[in-house]
Design a protein around this ligand. Structure first.
Ligand SMILES: Cc1ncc(COP(=O)(O)O)c(C=O)c1O
Length: 372
């Protein structure tokens, strides 16, 4: 089945009681036992499972082509569960420019908890190979990366990870399953911040892990989800499931528009550099063209004149909203370095842009007047 059809139908049920064609929001925290003590509908208590969460998990597993999924209260709760599925002493290799929140999680929480962490430029396969140790249990990929849009070769990194007995997980938040299918390239676990494109409307925070197999790793993830307790509310699951219905159409339009904005910026006299994998000069263009269907709705650019010029341009936009986050229907712009903590690798003159569904001509006009 094609992804547009999965996005509309997977995990969606007509309500048996009323015939309502949208899934019922089930707010109950607990579910009645039968007279014989069993649970006739399979649900016991809403932290461990809930009809709206099950519906979302079925949908996410089908979208990514996985066997099973676990939904979490945020993207970081999902990555946390993946890292906690490892054991103290295990070694994780992650990209140098991994999402800032993941860096904080790894360095300030999980390192203290006993994980060994190495960050490396994963677009350089030799560097990754050099960092593998007998204790390496996980290669964590993020492609395109946040905020520099670096691209890594998923298939080759899966080869390296699996040869050394490590799992390979991929944060697929920016590409979405519409553009990139890491499980088909051999990855074991896909992670999402469903806050972004999957929810799609900037009104719900969530996360998910989707596994290729229903194996011991997934059982550990499920245990961390239900006994760690970072679960999404039924309404959050309902909103994300609803947002997914239009995912393919939104992401394709946003990608086409982002490509046009990137092209415009690449010729703008006030712009020093554009980071967008769809541009031929982008160092990851060839790999991205192989493993992605389109190049996504996110881009970043550096403004001539440094930090002040970048902040000045962001201050002049009229249609873009100055805000963090991404993947919604409205276009956002952000001076990324100032939202990250000291020690960030993000250039001070960089603006990150999430392209929404406004008309691309209006978006380009807005950036043009803001750059002056
Ligand atoms: C690539 C990526 N991964 C993970 C996250 C974290 O997701 P959340 O904010 O839902 O915890 C984000 C948030 O911006 C992100 O961009």
């Amino acid at each position: 089945m094609k992804i547009e059809t999965i996005a509309v139908h997977a995990g969606r049920n007509t309500d048996a009681g009323s015939g309502a064609i949208t899934s019922t929001l089930q707010l109950a925290t607990t579910f009645e036992r039968g007279a014989d003590g069993t649970f006739p509908h399979g649900y016991v208590y809403s932290r461990t499972d809930n009809p709206n969460r099950s519906a979302l998990e079925v949908c996410l597993a089908e979208l990514e082509g996985g066997a099973c999924a676990a939904a979490f209260a945020s993207g970081l709760a999902a990555s946390m569960a993946m890292f906690q599925a490892l054991s103290p002493g295990d070694h994780v290799v992650a990209p140098l420019d991994v999402y800032w929140g993941t860096t904080i999680q790894l360095r300030q929480i999980l390192e203290r908890w006993g994980l060994k962490i190495t960050t490396v430029d994963m677009s350089d396969i030799c560097q990754v190979e050099r960092e593998i140790t007998p204790n390496t249990r996980l290669l964590w990929l993020e492609t395109p990366s946040n905020p520099l849009l670096k691209i890594v070769d998923i298939k080759r990194l899966v080869g390296i990870g699996h040869r050394s007995g490590a799992w390979v997980a991929c944060d697929n938040t920016w590409a979405t399953p519409v553009l990139q299918r890491p499980l088909e390239l051999g990855v074991d676990v896909v992670m999402h911040s469903t806050t972004k494109y999957l929810g799609g409307h900037s009104d719900v925070v969530g996360g998910a892990l989707i596994c290729r197999k229903e194996d011991d790793l997934f059982r550990r993830i499920r245990l961390i989800q239900t006994s760690g307790g970072a679960v999404p509310s039924p309404f959050d699951c309902w909103l994300i499931r609803r947002g997914v219905s239009t995912l393919a159409w939104r992401v394709r339009a946003q990608s086409q528009q982002a490509a046009q904005v990137a092209e415009f910026l690449s010729h703008h006299p006030k712009v020093a550099a554009v980071h967008y994998p769809g541009l031929k000069e982008h160092p990851g263009h060839e790999v991205a063209a192989r493993q992605m269907r389109l190049f996504g709705g996110m881009l970043a650019f550096q403004v001539k004149g440094g930090r002040d010029a970048a902040i000045g341009a962001a201050g002049k936009v009229k249609l873009f909203t100055r805000a963090t986050s991404l993947g919604g229907v409205e276009s956002l712009i952000e001076h990324r370095a100032s939202v990250e903590h000291p020690g960030t690798r993000t250039p001070d003159d960089l603006l990150r842009v999430s392209i929404g569904l406004e008309h691309v001509d209006d978006l380009i006009e807005d950036l043009d007047q803001a750059l002056g």
